[in-house]
Design a protein around this ligand. Structure first.
Ligand SMILES: *Cc1c(COP(=O)(O)O)cnc(C)c1O
Length: 393
């Protein structure tokens, strides 16, 4: 079984490029060039150098001793929370800004929901001195004031999306419209392992630095490259794709994907796409998607803004369908408690997204000598208000 993208841009039956004809030249230009550019020694050198000196990689692989004792198994945390800007998203935006420059683009557009991808994009645009326009739903702009302020400080222009429900999908539509109108000088930075081919594969490759590092770090610490399990939370699926990438074809490594159950999978307020989703088209690709009977996208819900997405990247849809990955759904309450537990046991305040991945230890037992690597995708600074309100701190 192949879990990577095929020549046509598919993972099994999922993926492809379902785009308006007018977008075809932009996507095709990227498709024809992305692998070639990524293989250039100069590109690799600049990417690696920035990951090291600007992002702060390699991120540590930390053996969480007290957490491991509590759950009677061996838990290692991949500390993406220690990256510059506080999460894994910067790995992808660094890669894409270098790609944009190689393709001669000097104007960058992006869409953002909670603002995390917008901040990561604004950051790399400032770094490279490129114009940055971030589309964001009007409702999200009001809800995410600190990230809007960050983007503005970093020199980005934040454009409100005023149509529809004025949230992420409307911002995506605006970004696509912009790209159609500016096909020559503009690159569109998508923030997760989603979008028309070649985006899911390109984003996955940029994020694959996560599992590349886990391999040698684990070897250094335990004598073995392969853990028994790799675990990551899934919004669109970019930190997960990077965490799994070098283990996809290692059958002895179990893959665990953690989705947000919100108030519960059957509550009507959830983002557990693998359970609730049906095949459909979102953001230019065929994948699992939460939708009504007549194909309207259902509003997802999760306490964590980064997991509040109605679809899942096509690679993950394939991992789910083939059974290669085990999917678990974690409620808001279980995630919040797991987040607080990590604070108390390890002195690390995780992003609420990452707290979902940590919550699996209450639901599922592992053997005492199992090595379980969990992607700690981000830090909790951005979520402080949420934690405060939830725990009445
Ligand atoms: C955005 C975000 C996620 C979800 O995005 P993926 O593409 O699924 O990785 C997870 N964790 C953090 C900290 C995020 O900021």
């Amino acid at each position: 079984m192949n879990y990577n993208v095929n020549e046509k841009g598919y993972y099994g039956e999922f993926g492809g490029a379902y785009i308006p004809e007018m977008l075809y030249p932009n996507v095709e230009e990227l498709r024809q060039n992305y692998l070639k550019v990524m293989a250039e020694p100069d590109f690799k050198k600049e990417f690696d150098q920035l990951l090291k000196d600007y992002v702060g990689r390699p991120s540590p692989l930390y053996f969480a001793k007290r957490l491991s004792e509590k759950y009677n198994t061996k838990i290692y945390l991949k500390r993406e929370d220690l990256n510059h800007t506080g999460a894994h998203k910067i790995n992808n935006t660094i890669g894409q800004i270098l790609m944009a420059k190689r393709l001669g683009k000097h104007r960058i557009i992006a869409e953002t929901g909670a603002g995390q991808h917008g901040v990561a994009t604004a950051t790399v645009c400032a770094l490279m001195g490129l114009e940055c326009i971030v589309y964001m739903g009007e409702i999200d702009i009001a809800r995410q004031a600190p990230n809007v302020a960050r983007m503005k400080m970093l020199g980005a222009k934040v454009m409100p999306a005023l149509s529809g429900s004025r949230t992420l999908k409307d911002a995506t539509n605006e970004a696509i419209r912009d790209w159609i109108n500016n096909p020559v000088d503009t690159h569109y930075i998508i923030g997760s392992a989603i979008g028309p081919h070649p985006y899911p594969d390109m984003v996955t490759r940029f994020q694959s630095i996560i599992s590349e590092e886990i391999k040698w770090q684990l070897k250094e610490q335990t004598g073995h490259e392969n853990p028994n399990y790799v675990v990551a939370c899934i919004g669109g699926g970019s930190n997960a794709a990077g965490t799994y990438y070098h283990y996809l074809h290692e059958p002895e490594v179990g893959i665990i994907a953690v989705e947000a159950a919100g108030h519960g999978v059957d509550s009507g307020e959830s983002a557990a796409t693998s359970v609730l989703g049906k095949e459909g088209i979102i953001h230019g690709c065929k994948t699992l998607l939460m939708q009504t009977k007549d194909g309207q996208i259902t509003e997802p819900y999760s306490i964590s803004a980064g997991l509040d997405y109605p679809g899942v990247g096509p690679m993950h849809a394939h991992l789910c369908k083939t059974g290669r990955a085990e999917f678990m759904a974690i409620t808001d309450d279980d995630a919040m408690n797991a987040g607080l537990e990590l604070c108390k046991l390890e002195g690390i305040i995780p992003a609420i997204e990452s707290s979902h991945a940590l919550a699996i230890f209450k639901q599922r037992t592992f053997k005492s000598n199992d090595v379980v690597v969990v992607s700690l995708s981000g830090r909790g600074d951005k979520d402080l208000e949420n934690y405060i309100n939830y725990f009445k701190i």
